[in-house]
Design a protein around this ligand. Structure first.
Ligand code: SF4
Length: 372
């Protein structure tokens, strides 16, 4: 890596690489990336939106995903044969994704379906998961979902089968169940370290939703006392949180939604509104900068160290060895099943016209952010 360069020199070299590679290069940046990385990307967005952009951009030959590993994997699953997907740091994983390993999920499935029968349980996997788990779902008729379309996926699943096995994030699953009016006693938690997940056979038979005992450490740092304290200090403020927060925190918020929802919520709020956000701090700081007519505050400081592993140095290193280093490859047999689960999710989505690269440029100019 180019350790002798300062940040300004690195940015200049990245911009030169972008110019040299032109349409062949596509840099995707997740909303939780550092500001300087987001400013260098062609698109910013949430994990699935970015993968769709990659799949729709046929001219791109080299996709560099500035996010965590499962996101780069999803882009690879949806990519075209002529495209390669790279991640600037292969160590940028996701704690939540690591909480549901394919072998323990397979064991859980066997235990559950030995009681309920295979045809009555629909596996739904959150986007924040390894490709092997997406393939597990695809193979068994299930689908992937994101934090924005989880209710749609749940409704579809319950129209097809009696129960849902949802993993890895119990909080997104529970908040979605609450939103749909599913009684608390019909949502059980599956602890993979206990026999029958810590449940009785009867609990499993009665459950509508079986929630994997996983969680995001970044979003479960938000606590009821943070919401109460901020309400007291800013009684006029709106509180908006991500659905990976606990149901107790969600209950105290004015709105709940995905990262893209939160960005739009702030953009469409009237000037001078005070908005307190419960999600990853890099997104909040950027949204605050881009909406100077509003007061944007953190519910509590919470940073994702995995997202933070991507920096200017390793981005430049990936571009210096474009298509060669840190290439993310999903084995073909996993890819086919995982793609089925992703395609099922896509079939549940309303059709949208993919944005062109220029749309993002316009969007950023409006927000007053430097565009390369
Ligand atoms: S914020 Fe949470 S879910 Fe997202 S990458 Fe970090 S640990 Fe994973």
């Amino acid at each position: 890596m180019q350790d002798h360069l300062n940040d300004k020199e690195i940015v200049e070299q990245i911009l030169a690489k972008k110019k040299e590679l032109g349409e062949k290069l596509l840099i995707l940046t997740h909303h939780y990336q550092r500001k300087e990385i987001v400013e260098l990307g062609h698109y910013r967005g949430d994990s699935f939106g970015l993968s769709q952009k990659a799949a729709a951009d046929k001219a791109a030959r080299f996709i560099v995903f500035c996010g965590v590993h499962f996101m780069a994997e999803s882009a690879e699953i949806l990519s075209q044969p002529h495209q390669t997907v790279q991640i600037p740091d292969l160590e940028a994983g996701c704690w939540m994704a690591d909480m549901a390993d394919i072998y323990i999920v397979e064991n859980a499935w066997e235990e559950i379906t030995s009681i309920t029968g295979e045809d009555s349980v629909m596996p739904i996997v959150y986007m924040n998961s390894d490709a092997a788990l997406k393939a597990f779902c695809g193979h068994r008729g299930g689908a992937v979902c994101t934090s924005s379309n989880c209710p749609t996926a749940f409704r579809w699943a319950l129209s097809e089968r009696d129960k849902i096995l949802f993993f890895p994030d119990q909080h997104l699953g529970r908040n979605t169940g609450n939103q749909m009016g599913i009684p608390a006693e019909e949502m059980i938690v599956w602890d993979p370290h206990k026999p029958l997940g810590g449940n009785t056979r009867d609990d499993i038979k009665k459950a509508k939703v079986i929630l994997w005992d996983g969680y995001c450490l970044v979003h479960t740092r938000f606590r009821v006392e943070h919401a109460l304290k901020m309400r007291e200090r800013f009684p006029e403020a709106k509180i908006v949180v991500h659905p990976e927060c606990t149901q107790e925190v969600v209950a105290l918020a004015d709105a709940v939604g995905s990262t893209s929802f939160i960005v739009k919520y702030v953009e469409s709020a009237p000037p001078n509104t005070t908005i307190i956000i419960g999600t990853e701090v890099n997104l909040i700081e950027r949204v605050a900068l881009e909406n100077p007519d509003k007061k944007v505050l953190v519910l509590h400081h919470s940073l994702c160290p995995n997202m933070f592993k991507i920096n200017l140095k390793n981005l430049l290193w990936a571009l210096d060895h474009v298509g060669q280093v840190n290439v993310v490859k999903v084995p073909e047999e996993i890819k086919a099943d995982a793609r089925m689960a992703l395609d099922r999710m896509l079939a549940l989505e309303p059709k949208t016209t993919p944005a062109k690269r220029g749309d993002l440029v316009k969007e950023r100019q409006v927000a007053g952010v430097a565009v390369s």
